[in-house]
Design a protein around this ligand. Sequence first.
Ligand code: HEC
Length: 136
Amino acid sequence: MRLHEKIVLVTSSIKLPCCALLLGLACLAPTPAHALFGNKNKAAEQAGALLFRDKDCAHCHGEAGEGTKKGPSLVDLRKKKEWTPEKITGQIMNGGKKMPPFSDALTDPEIAQLVAYLRAKHRPTAPPRSQTPPAR
Ligand code: HEC
């Protein structure tokens, strides 16, 4: 066996276990499921914030849902036990006494995003209109 062949043999036998070790470490790296789901929720909440701003909700409920003369505050909605996600979905779809129904104006996923936004622990704030294209 020539010298450089020996070197190749030695280096490759070192490299292999190293790779295995690195791979193992990568797999062990902590990526808890809730962190992944958390990100998904964050995206829905952010999308909901844009919809809230662009689909007229803010017109009656205020830019940050703080309420206006036309609609009640939605700030404490998540603390109110009676406002389950199903009930919020129903309110958005069917409207209320003075709130118009949105079942025609919004898709089911959009309504789900609005519910995610309204129920978010830390509601994201939508950037000013001028900086982002309106939500579809
Ligand atoms: C024309 C004004 C108006 C618009 C636009 C409007 N709302 Fe409302 N909303 C109201 C009023 C008034 C109420 C309370 C009485 C009722 O049901 O009519 C209400 C109630 C609600 C409630 C129940 C909260 C409670 O304590 O009663 C939710 C949730 C809600 N609106 C979400 C939304 C969302 C999300 C949008 C946008 C898709 C929206 N609203 C658009 C006027 C409006």
